[in-house]
Design a protein around this ligand. Structure first.
Ligand SMILES: [Zn+2]
Length: 217
C-alpha cells in the first residue's frame, strides 16, 4: 500500500488564517541540556491541514469529537480547478464541469485550486473560493465532505466565507481545509480512499489532521 500525503507541515512561524496568531514552538527540553527533545506548541485549532466540524460555525452543531471516526475515511474525488484565477468565485457550473458526471453521493470532494509550482508557505491574499451557491449545490448532491487546498473554503471575505461554511456545516457536511495536493494526485484513478483523522480535541469546532490518499496497485 502507498500513501500520498495531502498535509501541510506545521512549524514555528507558520501562518494559517491571517487573523490567527502564527504557530509558536518552544523547546521545553533539549538533548543538550536534558537528554530529551520536548516541544511546547501554541496554535489555532485551524492550523495547517485541518477539519472544520459543524460546531465551528453553529453553536448547536456537532464538535470534532462528536462526529463518528468513520466519517473521516471514505471515497474522495478530485475537482481539478487549477485554472481558477485569484479571487475567483467557484460556482456550481465550475464544479459540474470539473467533476463531469461523477456520482457525488457520500463522496469527499477535494477542490484543487492551486496552480502548479505555486507553493503555500504563505497563504494567498486572494485565493479562489467556493461560493455559497456552489456549496449548496454540493450539499444537494449528497456529498459527505468538501476539502480545498486553501486556508479557508469560502475565501477571506465576508459575507461569502460565513455563508459558504454555513451552507455545508449546517447540512452536516464537514470541511477539510489547508490541503496540499501534489501533481501525482491528478494521475491516479478516483474515487480513491482518503483518510483524514483529526486530533481528538474534545468539544472543539476544528482540529488539525493528517490527510492521506491511499493508492492501491
Ligand atoms: Zn477551518
Amino acid at each position: 500500500m502507498k500513501l500520498i500525503d495531502l498535509s501541510e507541515p506545521v512549524f514555528h512561524g507558520c501562518q494559517g488564517w491571517p487573523e490567527d496568531p502564527p504557530v509558536r514552538v518552544r523547546a521545553l527540553a533539549t538533548h543538550q541540556r536534558d537528554g530529551w527533545q520536548v516541544e511546547e506548541i501554541t496554535f489555532s485549532a485551524h492550523t495547517g491541514t485541518h477539519i472544520d466540524a459543524p460546531r465551528h460555525q453553529w453553536a448547536r452543531g456537532k464538535s470534532i469529537t462528536q462526529l463518528p471516526l468513520e466519517t473521516f475515511t471514505g471515497p474522495a474525488v478530485i475537482a481539478d480547478l487549477r485554472s481558477a484565477l485569484s479571487n475567483q468565485p467557484l460556482m456550481s457550473g465550475h464544479l459540474r464541469q470539473a467533476l463531469l458526471d461523477a456520482d457525488l453521493r457520500d463522496k469527499i470532494v477535494l477542490l484543487a485550486t492551486r496552480r502548479a509550482g505555486r507553493g503555500r508557505s504563505s497563504p494567498s491574499k486572494a485565493p479562489p473560493f467556493l461560493t455559497p451557491e456552489g456549496a449548496r449545490w454540493l450539499a444537494k448532491q449528497g456529498v459527505r465532505a468538501v476539502g480545498i487546498d486553501q486556508c479557508s473554503i469560502g475565501g477571506l471575505c465576508e459575507p461569502f466565507n460565513s455563508r459558504t461554511h454555513e451552507a455545508l456545516l449546517r447540512r452536516g457536511v464537514w470541511i477539510l481545509e489547508g490541503l496540499r495536493i501534489p501533481a501525482q494526485v491528478f494521475r491516479i484513478c478516483t474515487p480513491a480512499v482518503l483518510w483524514a483523522l483529526p486530533l481528538a480535541l474534545k468539544a472543539m469546532g476544528g482540529a488539525p489532521c493528517r490527510a492521506v490518499l491511499v493508492i492501491t496497485p
